[in-house]
Design a protein around this ligand. Structure first.
Ligand SMILES: Cc1cc2nc3c(=O)[nH]c(=O)nc-3n(C[C@H](O)[C@H](O)[C@H](O)COP(=O)(O)OP(=O)(O)OC[C@H]3O[C@@H](n4cnc5c(N)ncnc54)[C@H](O)[C@@H]3O)c2cc1C
Length: 409
């Protein structure tokens, strides 16, 4: 570190009124960006920033992919739920973006498409319309007789629906491995990763960001990215804005490696499932937790795990019972991990991306479908941060928009 940089860092720490150690990620070659949150979204932004020549430090209060990016179903898709058209196109582009990242980072993605159907006739009729809309929007989706998929998914019992929707472009990923690969990619390009390292406060001098206080000392950065997922008050605390979220929990159960049972993602009534290339089957429940006081109490502290092995096994078995109806060979599956994931879910279901209108050095990146969206978000957020220009297609997702309450997930 040269003398000028050192003096700058010392001055920043003095102004910030801190005696904690000053951590300079690296000599300042480009823009210094501190990415807070090493989930899949923060990891992708960090990777794309590092590719663009930024001087990147990533911190996480716990560890990489320890929150939503672990307790996620990790279906890469641009399905009917992605509304309206522009948001759907955003997702479509991001699905292709995973293909690019797969080549760059050697990721293990299962590209088996997805099959989806519902139990009620009315919902099936609606699905027909939604698939017709998908086709109009450029998806190679189709709805065919269930029997047409018997060879594609020989171990799946479709149980009665006359027709099933197929989206061939969809995939699924191991989200923890993908997050770690993005972080390794960023580190190979010079980024620094620190954890457990919690952002505690941002300090300002003359209206400009002068330091980021953490339990590991003070970081100096030109810009801070808040990729903090569903963490409740980070936007208020660090970006000075109210970001209305209605985060909901979901249980994800992961089996030990099993023989080949599933090719693609199966979205059946009451359960989602897919099998990773390493043989592990991922099961996700579709209904939320029971709405009773005991569950409300238990979920108050937003746990990511069950309080006991017995309870986590009970929940895994509950989901397995539903899954077995559609894939009988799952019977007797043993579980390796059972997670409670909290969806980072802005009230209108769309991402929040961009600089805070109150703190122009703070960039927010909070979203659901963060697995599907990580590639495009990483790319465009890095572009905005590096160029100082805004990308018009992100305008619908700015933090200061009016948030309608739209139930999408
Ligand atoms: C049950 C479930 C199923 C889902 N299914 C899908 C799906 O099939 N497809 C899809 O695309 N998306 C899905 N999602 C959504 C997707 O998983 C999330 O959008 C994505 O994982 C969010 O990633 P993230 O990096 O923003 O957040 P996270 O992974 O939550 O990471 C945020 C990180 O910020 C850190 N942090 C918070 N505060 C601080 C602080 N003050 N200092 C330092 N670090 C901090 C946390 O420790 C955490 O590691 C699902 C989510 C859930 C919960």
């Amino acid at each position: 570190m040269d003398r000028r940089t050192l003096l700058k860092l010392m001055a920043a720490a003095t102004l910030a009124g801190t005696t904690s150690p000053i951590i300079a990620a690296k000599p300042a070659q480009g823009k210094k960006v501190l990415v807070v949150g090493a989930g899949i979204v923060g990891a992708s932004i960090a990777y794309h920033l590092a590719k663009a020549g930024a001087d990147v430090t990533i911190i996480d209060a716990k560890s990489p992919a320890s929150h939503a990016s672990q307790g996620t179903f990790a279906w890469i898709n641009a399905t009917w739920a992605k509304q309206p058209r522009a948001y759907h196109a955003f997702n479509q582009e991001s699905v292709s973006g995973w293909g690019e990242l797969q080549k760059e980072l050697g990721l293990n993605i299962r590209w088996g498409g997805s099959l989806e159907w519902f139990s009620s006739e009315a919902r099936q009729e609606k699905l027909e319309q939604q698939i017709a809309e998908q086709v109009a929007w450029g998806e190679p989706a189709k709805m065919l007789a269930a029997s047409a998929f018997e060879r594609q998914e020989p171990h799946v019992n479709f149980h009665g629906p006359s027709r099933v929707a197929f989206s061939p472009n969809d995939g699924a990923i191991d989200p923890v491995a993908a997050t770690k690969a993005l972080l390794s990619g960023a580190k190979n390009l010079g980024a620094t990763l620190k954890y457990p390292c919690k952002l505690l406060e941002l300090t300002y001098t003359g209206g400009r960001l002068s330091g980021a206080e953490t339990n590991m000392g003070t970081f100096v950065a030109d810009k801070v990215v808040l990729a903090t997922g569903a963490a409740p008050d980070t936007a208020t605390q660090f970006a000075g804005i109210d970001l209305p979220q209605r985060s909901t929990p979901g249980v994800i159960a992961i089996t030990k490696p099993m023989p080949q049972l599933l090719n693609g993602v199966i979205s059946a009534p009451g359960v989602h499932m897919h099998q990773r290339n390493d043989g592990r089957v991922v099961l996700g429940e579709q209904g939320g937790p029971p709405k009773n006081d005991a569950h409300r109490m238990r979920l108050q502290g937003r746990p990511n795990a069950f309080p006991s092995v017995a309870l986590s096994t009970e929940h895994a078995k509950r989901i397995l019972t539903v899954a077995e109806q559609f894939c009988p060979k799952l019977a007797g599956a043993e579980f390796e991990g059972v997670h409670i994931g909290w969806r980072p879910l802005p009230l209108d279901g769309h991402p929040v991306l961009g600089l805070s209108p109150e703190r122009p050095d703070v960039y927010l990146a909070v979203m659901h479908s963060g697995v599907s969206l990580a590639p495009i978000v990483g790319q465009l957020a890095a572009h905005e941060l590096m160029s100082g220009n805004t990308v018009a297609r992100l305008d619908a997702y700015r933090p200061d928009r009016h948030f309608e309450h739209v139930k999408r997930y």
